[in-house]
Design a protein around this ligand. Structure first.
Ligand SMILES: Nc1ncnc2c1ncn2[C@@H]1O[C@H](COP(=O)(O)OP(=O)(O)OP(=O)(O)O)[C@@H](O)[C@H]1O
Ligand SMILES: [Mg+2]
Length: 477
């Protein structure tokens, strides 16, 4: 029932004092042990059955103890208590209650129990372990009984569960109230940044039909840099060389991709090519970017408060940013009316600005931009909008999360101008799929298309003399 008990030494070392464990489990009258699926239980071996009962029992104990703790702990004093004091207090209360219940736990079980209770009281209960697990990227909760995580690009179902919807709601409430937000029936969704920088989104019933939905994008302290991304096969060294020239010579770049495809990671990595003496302003809905430069001003938009007041939109930040003498502006994700100011900034001397956009290809990204401009209520003929886009944006970098979970830069496309009513573009690099391994991994390679960069002269003037071979396609099939 509770994952951490499974992870404890109990399973791996069946030889360690099993007799004692059974005594502990059976010390309590048996009627409390609920048999939920008798058919399944009978099919199992007696040892597995005992183990299962034991886990259920430990789960029950934890719940009882948790209630006990909440009754006995001075919750008001929790805030100021040191970790050491709190742990000591929890330990004292649990030992006492265990004694009252006539239960004997071994050392490891006691340690686990204390840790779980500490997590429940101070932290985020069942989520705490997943949040601490460095290998987990995303945590996705679908109601109290189903928690998925993403590890190395793959989604896995975990055995973490919440006691019930109320337990899950309590944890959600704890998270959002810590960042000054509220979520309830009348205000059923929330998007926030946790204290550690992780991105948090929740949707609660009745809008979430089968129990609260939570998604957490864990904050990575060390963002993937260009070298690591090349090592991971996210893009080729040739593409990195090209991108270095593009960023250094201040092309305006849009990173485009689907949800969770690696847009923010790529934007962050690209920013590594910016010279250290430039003044950079970043604007995000949830501050995720971690720029390495010295001169960085970070802004985060703010949703309205409970009374619907106090909102500061990305557009507000962007308008203000233009008065703050930036060399470059980086907008975490352009998704609405701020597109107008972004395009204007790109057109008016803030070269080298960057943003991300939710789209499936460079063409798609252009239509998204067009739509956003139209939605912002700007009455402009389509051709004028396209002209605006064509002169603002120089480059689209398309990222994709492929079906095997790998994240790759599938295309680098330059805007070369307008032909009549249409924005003309040329693709310089792409990812070619060659086949599928038996284990489902995609076989592919990065290749240039053979087209020379539209910005070759500019690169040369800035001292980036890219060799012609960089743009030559890979040979053979
Ligand atoms: N090339 C890569 N290889 C492995 N992991 C990656 C790669 N790129 C990104 N990731 C990881 O994938 C997760 C999602 O990345 P990121 O936040 O950059 O995506 P996103 O497209 O900005 O997502 P969203 O649409 O939710 O904003 C992160 O945990 C990140 O560390
Ligand atoms: Mg992102």
């Amino acid at each position: 029932m509770f994952s951490r008990y499974k992870k404890s030494g109990l399973e791996e070392k069946p030889g360690t004092a099993p007799a004692k464990q059974q005594v502990a489990v059976q010390a309590k009258p048996a009627e409390k042990t609920v048999r939920r699926t008798p058919a399944k239980v009978e099919a199992r071996s007696p040892a597995a059955d005992k183990e299962r009962k034991r886990k259920e029992r430990l789960g029950d104990i934890k719940l009882e103890m948790h209630k006990e703790l909440l009754d006995n702990l001075n919750l008001g004093a929790l805030e100021s208590a040191t970790e050491k004091d709190l742990r000591a207090e929890i330990m004292a209360i649990t030992s006492e209650s265990l004694e009252e219940m006539g239960l004997v736990l071994n050392r490891e079980e006691r340690r686990q129990l204390n840790q779980d209770l500490y997590d429940e009281v101070t932290g985020l209960g069942p989520l705490e372990t997943l949040l601490k697990d460095e290998t987990v990227n995303d945590i996705l909760v679908n109601g109290p009984n189903q928690v998925f995580v993403e590890r190395a690009g793959r989604l896995e179902l975990t055995d973490t569960t919440f006691k019930d919807e109320r337990h899950l709601l309590r944890i959600i409430d704890k998270i959002v109230s810590a960042v000054g937000r509220r979520v309830d029936e009348s205000n059923p969704h929330v998007d926030a940044r946790l204290a550690d920088g992780s991105r948090f989104n929740a949707m609660v019933p009745p809008v979430a039909v089968d129990g609260s939905l939570v998604s957490i994008r864990k904050f990575k302290k060390d963002k993937l840099g260009i070298d690591e991304l090349v090592d991971f096969g996210a893009f080729s060294e040739e593409m990195a060389v090209y991108l270095q020239a593009a960023v250094s010579t201040r092309l305006n770049i849009i990173v485009s991709g689907g949800t969770g495809s690696g847009k923010t990671t790529t934007l962050n990595a690209l920013s590594g090519f910016i010279d250290d003496n430039e003044r950079i302003l970043t604007i995000e809905d949830t501050a995720e970017l971690q720029l390495q430069q010295t001169h960085v001003g970070r802004m985060e938009s703010r949703p309205p408060n409970v009374e619907g007041k106090g909102a500061v939109s990305q557009r507000d930040c962007l308008k203000n940013a233009l008065r703050m003498r930036p060399d470059r502006i980086i907008v975490g994700e352009t998704r609405g009316e701020e597109v107008i100011d972004m395009l204007q900034a790109m057109n008016t001397g803030h070269d080298g600005s960057m943003t991300t956009i939710h789209a499936n290809s460079a063409r798609d990204a252009v239509s998204r931009l067009e739509n956003m401009v139209a939605m912002a209520g700007i009455e402009m003929p389509l051709k004028a909008i396209r002209n605006q886009i064509a002169s603002a944006v120089n480059l689209f970098v398309q990222i994709s999360r492929l079906q095997d979970g790998s994240r790759r830069m599938v295309s680098i496309t330059e805007i070369t101008g307008m032909e009549g009513e249409v924005i003309s573009m040329q693709e310089l690099f792409r990812y070619e799929r060659l086949g599928l391994q038996p284990d489902g991994k995609i076989i592919g390679r990065f290749t240039a298309t053979g087209v020379r960069s539209h910005f070759s002269d500019r690169f040369r003037q800035w001292g980036f003399d890219l060799p012609a071979t960089l743009f030559e396609p890979a040979s053979g099939e």
